[in-house]
Write a protein that binds this ligand. Sequence first.
Ligand code: ARG
Length: 401
Amino acid sequence: MKDRIVLAYSGGLDTSVAIGWIADATGAEVIAVAVDVGQGGESLETVRQRALGCGAVEAYVADARDEFANEYCVPTLKANGLYQGHYPLVSAISRPVIVKHLVKAAREFGATTVAHGCTGKGNDQVRFEVGIQTLGPDLKCIAPVRDLALTRDKAIAYAEEKHLPIVTTKKNPYSIDQNVWGRAVETGYLEDIWNAPTKDIYDYTASPEFPPAPDEVTITFVQGVPTALDGVALSPLQVIQELNRRAGAQGVGRIDVVEDRLVGIKSREIYEAPGAMALITAHKHLEDVTIEREHARFKATVGQRWSELVYDGQWFSPLKRALDGFIEDSQQYVSGDIRMTLHGGQAIVNGRRSDTSLYDFSLATYDTGDTFDQSSAKGFIDIWGMASKVASGRDQRVAGE
Ligand code: ARG
């Protein structure tokens, strides 16, 4: 029996060509695996037919949108996951769910090897291969673009020569990756980091410069999970989709950054994540009223570390899992409603209510009804400043000697 290889298949030019290219180079049979994480575009059936038309012996297609929303986007939201303070980990969290399906397909079809279409310069190759090593340690990995010299020119020539059922004329200068959590655009004209992105780059967001009338939305959370919009119960996937539409219409969630890739390259990235950014903002504001101060401060550093691990391809690692435990525990009281206005590129919170709030009106008020004992403040401050005061006394004494 021939060796079998499962290929992470997008339906695009490179991975369509990769089917035959891998078969030619290795003599193996190729099984195409397409996973729907809410990237939109063609139906899974169309993608399946194209894979078979390009020479795949089998096509495995999976609608993983709810799985992705519940098990990948929601944990990222609970962590307020933003790599380097900006990037909501759009591509980083989609690779592990694709890996799960690749390994599942490899088992179903008796494959020995997993293939993906990444180049040798990015993070995604690391995320795929580290994930596969972890979930299927016996599986080998190959990357035709990186390991089998499949360049874009060769891909176009190959597709034309073999009459593959794909369109090869339209040359998109950008490398785009998208799913329900957001959209990433890189390369081309953006590689000059002084160049401002042109309008055609955006797809999930309208320009924030000429916004429609402000849109006020109330988001309900139960233990950190978004469960309703404006009082209407929805699944996490539906909440994200609906906020992509509403926040996207207001130009919320456009991000333009230079970030540090794991492989040591600084890279210019344009992201659009209207739903994700609106949700993270709302969630953080609900944590502000429901999580105790020290717990909240520490959680911010945990969330930052969590984001770095996820960015760096460590989704299935022990430390990431341990931090998940901390984050999950922290969400016990993160329940309630956040009201926010979406307008002109911003998502601004203007109301919060929670049955598990730590906000105590009678402690906070400057009006009558104040229960805070101001006379305790003086002694507290004396002791709070004691260590610095003693040190400063020493500094002055030494300087005077
Ligand atoms: N720089 C981002 C990341 O590493 C986005 C990568 C997008 N991938 C792509 N093939 N365009 O997560």
